[in-house]
Design a protein around this ligand. Structure first.
Ligand code: PLP
Length: 422
């Protein structure tokens, strides 16, 4: 058979270009990571050819004896990793995992209560253009203006006022831990289901470096490609099996047809690796990197003088939200500035943002991908200083060129996928 290069040189060239980009720049988008080679090999396997509607042992297609092994391994490893009694590994993405849970537990028109998108929530937690905002009645809680922490008093008040059927914790841009026990107490008070979307911090939970939502929530969803470092995809977990049938049938046949068994194989590999000591070390470096970054930005007198801060005054997780509300530099300009020196981030609205979302007053900076590349505390000090310098309003083009050279040198010290570059 022809190789990719022979069959389609245009796509092959774009893939090679992307490998070069990933290798030569510093990836600090908080939702991204680098899947290990073994994960990518599993995903690029013959399992992509197989239809397997149903679940292991109960398929609607013949020839599933090997994919059954793979999917059962993924389920068992995921359950063991998070101490869950139920797992579904078929959702094609985090959004589909959330859609399946909501379809299982709610009727259209029911009320859901999640963190407002503008305060760090995800699209699937009730944004008006998303299925969640179109199908369900949405109530949203916020962070407090003074300390940027989730306002649990507002959560409780809204729960009593709006009587949601589902309360959602979890976030896409929030630098702190949430109080899952308190959320559950409030959910129980009003008879709501409680779901935690741990997409962002699942890797930290797996490593034991972040409280687990599993004992507190009725259902937990996650992506597998953020801090968890696996292939792009979603999963659903629960601490008990009471909802197993409902959740499984909501994924298939409710939301999806054939599962992506090649991706499920890659998930299985990622869950195995996430149980190894090296993974814990990597998550510890991720957390240390984020703390170093927050501290270096906060300690930079020139940045402070020009109104650059850090949302909530620090971080407990893998990301830092730089607060540019009082700075002449906006989120778009900051993103472009960092791109210019070879650091990839995304601009992001911060709570109480006066600028429109396309510009925004923040950048979200994550450390998980660099930790996967082997970055340690010393490396993160260098990266943090590069970022701090690049964000200074008075930085010159010559200085930016010098910062770009430092970034290139750091990237070269930690080659990415050397096996693929040979
Ligand atoms: N949930 C949260 C909290 C997220 O941050 C994201 C992705 O950004 C998702 C769900 C959706 O995941 P996916 O992009 O796989 O649909």
């Amino acid at each position: 058979d022809r190789s990719l290069l022979e069959a389609d040189p245009e796509v092959a060239a774009a893939v090679a270009g992307e490998l070069r980009r990933q290798d030569r720049t510093l990836e600090m988008i908080a939702s991204e990571n680098f899947a290990p080679l073994a994960v990518m090999q599993a995903q690029g396997s013959v399992l992509t050819n197989k239809y397997a509607e149903g679940y292991p042992g109960r398929r609607y297609y013949g020839g599933c004896e090997h994919v059954d092994v793979v999917e059962q391994l993924a389920i068992d490893r995921l359950k063991a990793l998070f101490g869950a009694e139920f797992a579904n590994v078929q959702p094609h993405s985090g959004a589909q995992a959330n859609a399946a849970v909501m379809a299982a537990l709610l009727e259209p028109g029911d009320t859901i209560l999640g963190l407002a998108l503008a305060h760090g929530g995800h699209l699937t937690h009730g944004m008006h253009l998303n299925f969640s905002g179109r199908l369900y009645d949405v109530a949203a809680y916020h962070v407090r203006a003074d300390d940027h922490r989730v306002d649990m008093a507002e959560v409780e008040a809204l729960a009593h006022e709006r009587r949601p059927k589902l309360i959602i914790a979890g976030w896409s841009a929030y630098p702190r831990q949430q109080d899952f026990a308190e959320f559950r107490r409030i959910a129980d008070e009003v008879g709501a289901w409680f779901m935690v979307d741990m997409a962002h911090f699942a890797g930290l939970v797996a490593a034991g470096l972040h409280p687990s939502p599993v004992p507190h929530a009725h259902v937990v969803t996650s992506t597998t490609h953020k801090t968890l470092g696996g292939p792009r995809g979603g999963v659903i977990l629960s601490a008990d099996t009471a909802l197993a049938k409902k959740l499984n049938s909501s994924v298939f046949p409710g939301q999806q047809g054939g599962p992506l068994e090649h991706v499920i194989a890659a998930k299985a590999v990622a869950f195995k690796l996430a149980g190894e000591p090296e993974f814990r070390d990597r998550q510890a470096r991720t957390l240390a990197g984020a703390r170093i970054l927050a501290a270096r930005i906060l300690d930079d007198r020139l940045l402070a003088e020009r109104g650059v801060g850090v949302v909530s005054g620090g971080t407990d997780v893998h990301l830092v939200l730089v607060d540019l509300r009082d700075s002449e530099l906006d989120g778009k300009q900051a993103e472009d500035r960092l791109h210019r020196v070879g650091i990839t981030v995304n601009r992001n609205a911060v709570p109480f943002d006066p600028r429109p979302p396309m510009v925004s007053s923040g950048v979200r900076i994550g450390t998980a991908a660099l930790a996967a590349r082997g970055f340690d505390a010393d490396d993160f000090v260098i990266v943090s200083d590069v970022i701090a310098r690049a964000l200074r309003p008075q930085v010159t083009d010559t200085e930016l060129d010098a910062l770009a050279e430092r970034v290139a040198a750091l990237a070269a010290r930690h080659p990415l996928y050397p096996e693929l570059q040979a």
